[in-house]
Write a protein that binds this ligand. Sequence first.
Ligand code: C5P
Length: 193
Amino acid sequence: MIFTVAIDGPAAAGKGTISRAVAERFGFAHLDTGALYRAVGVKGGDPVAAARGLTPADLARDDLRTLEAGQAASKVAVIPEVRQALLDFQRDFARRAGGAVLDGRDIGTVICPEAEVKLFVTASPEVRAHRRWLEVGGDAAQVLAEVKERDARDMTRADAPLKPAADAVVIDTSRLSIEEAIAAACAVVSERL
Ligand code: C5P
């Protein structure tokens, strides 16, 4: 069976948690596409060459989840050649047998416009910054400023900006528990399966 679930949204909206839970519940493979951009961002050197030559070892680095890696990712993510270099890998993953969940910024709009399910998971910048601060600590005001800076960069770039696909189901997690958000996402998938 080929069945693609595209989950997009801004930083720290709950995409990762929801994606992993949906994949587990339905037995689908899961690709966190942000990790590809993070790996390119932290590799240093020429980002286009880094994207073309990305290896499993690059994706296994344990410093990919830091705030710095997130900022570095969103800077290389504006480069069209970087996005192009990562396209086929993501599309091949999406059409593998057995179903796939991909989470990112442009899965429903660019990578998999034919996805069977498209979700746009969002929350207010304040709620997202608070969640990120609970994970990483540090100065809360700075975490909020970084979340807003990354949102602005992701939403205003010319190539594949962050926005909901016209046919995406929007899930605002600002007032939802993790369990409620997962249940809402699973309900949409169940309907379309
Ligand atoms: O989701 P995550 O926070 O790991 O993504 C890091 C950055 O990678 C995002 O801020 C965005 O700039 C970029 N990204 C992207 N397209 C994707 C996934 C991530 O541009 N599909």
